[in-house]
Design a binder for this molecule. Structure first.
Ligand code: SF4
Length: 322
């Protein structure tokens, strides 16, 4: 990564203690994002993607949560209390479910105006800036939308409102946490297209959290694949999604339905399921990996930090690829 990294995570670990049980949600995660880049964090449910996003914004519950490592945004530490200084102003987030992200008691215009106010720009709900923000996310009749309550809008309209709120302060970094998962397929495509256009127009950096490899391919410059809170593979979207080197990435891609397969062809499901209790000092994917070796259960694979394309797999790091 060049010196122009906007976000750099180094050895970030996050665990939750409940009674006498500790759950390791993120385990020594390191990556960096360049300014203006879209990086997709990809993985199944439980892979640690959303927990990472919440930690970056200081939104995890304090009680029982242990965080170690470092996450630097434009040089300033975000973890251990630092996120509050930039949350909403320099870093914004869009969540999966727009209905719960919006207040049901306030009109949309008032909620957008509040986002501007957080950024230090005083507005009212009928301010031209509010109407322009709604128009910028392709909402027809933005003045009408500004007067509406969230329950009067469709799911796609609500998610556009959330995007408008997130962009109101012109943040340098937007975190999109599964922003299209709750929407119909056609609406998903139009929202992804909107995000891509806004990213280019505003030169925003985007951390795109998704389990959808197709969405990652359409939006991201680079992709980082997570499994069990650990990094598997990190490279350009084309490298990772066209020529995966980590067995987990390859298995995820093989499990996708393909239009060139005859109908009725069974999908290549990944055997077994993720079981956090089976995480050990070895490779997190070892219990499900078709090419695991004895050493995979004994030592954790970690790519050399200097590698251009990082693949945390013993076979790849032998030099022969996986
Ligand atoms: Fe499979 Fe071993 Fe590579 Fe893990 S380190 S992905 S178990 S081959």
């Amino acid at each position: 990564m060049s010196g122009d990294a906007i976000l750099t995570l180094s050895d970030v670990s996050i665990s939750f203690a409940r009674g006498d049980r500790t759950t390791q949600a993120v385990d020594r995660l390191s990556f960096a994002m360049a300014r203006g880049e879209c990086l997709a964090l990809v993985g199944e449910s439980g892979s640690g993607k959303s927990v990472t996003a919440l930690a970056l914004l200081g939104l995890l519950p304090k009680q029982g949560t242990r965080i170690s490592g470092s996450a630097r945004f434009d040089g300033a530490e975000l973890l251990h209390g630092g996120a509050a200084r930039v949350r909403g102003r320099r870093i914004a987030i869009v969540f999966q479910d727009p209905l719960s992200a919006l207040s049901p008691y306030h009109r949309v215009g008032a909620q957008i105006a509040e986002s501007f106010t957080i950024g230090g720009v005083a507005t009212s709900d009928a301010d031209p800036k509010v109407i322009a923000a709604l128009a910028a996310v392709d909402l027809l009749s933005p003045a009408e939308v500004a007067r509406a309550f969230p329950h009067q809008l469709s799911g796609g309209q609500r998610q556009r409102v959330c995007l408008a709120m997130a962009m109101a302060c012109e943040p340098e970094l937007i975190i999109l946490d599964e922003p299209t998962t709750a929407l119909d397929v056609t609406v998903q495509l139009s929202i992804l297209d909107l995000i891509a256009r806004q990213m280019r127009a505003r030169r925003m950096s985007v951390l795109f959290i998704t389990h959808d490899l197709g969405a990652a391919a359409s939006l991201a410059d680079r992709v980082l694949v997570l499994y069990g809170g650990r990094r598997c593979e990190w490279g350009t979207s084309e490298e990772v999604l066209s020529a995966p080197r980590h067995p987990y990435t390859a298995a995820l891609l093989a499990a996708l339905p393909r239009s060139d397969h005859p109908s009725g062809t069974p999908l290549a499901a990944i055997p077994g399921r993720f079981d956090r209790s089976s995480l050990s000092g070895g490779c997190a994917f070892a219990p499900r990996c078709a090419v695991a070796e004895p050493r995979c259960r004994e030592s954790r694979p970690m790519a050399a930090p200097s590698a251009i394309r990082l693949v945390d797999c013993h076979l790849h790091n032998d030099g022969g690829g996986a």
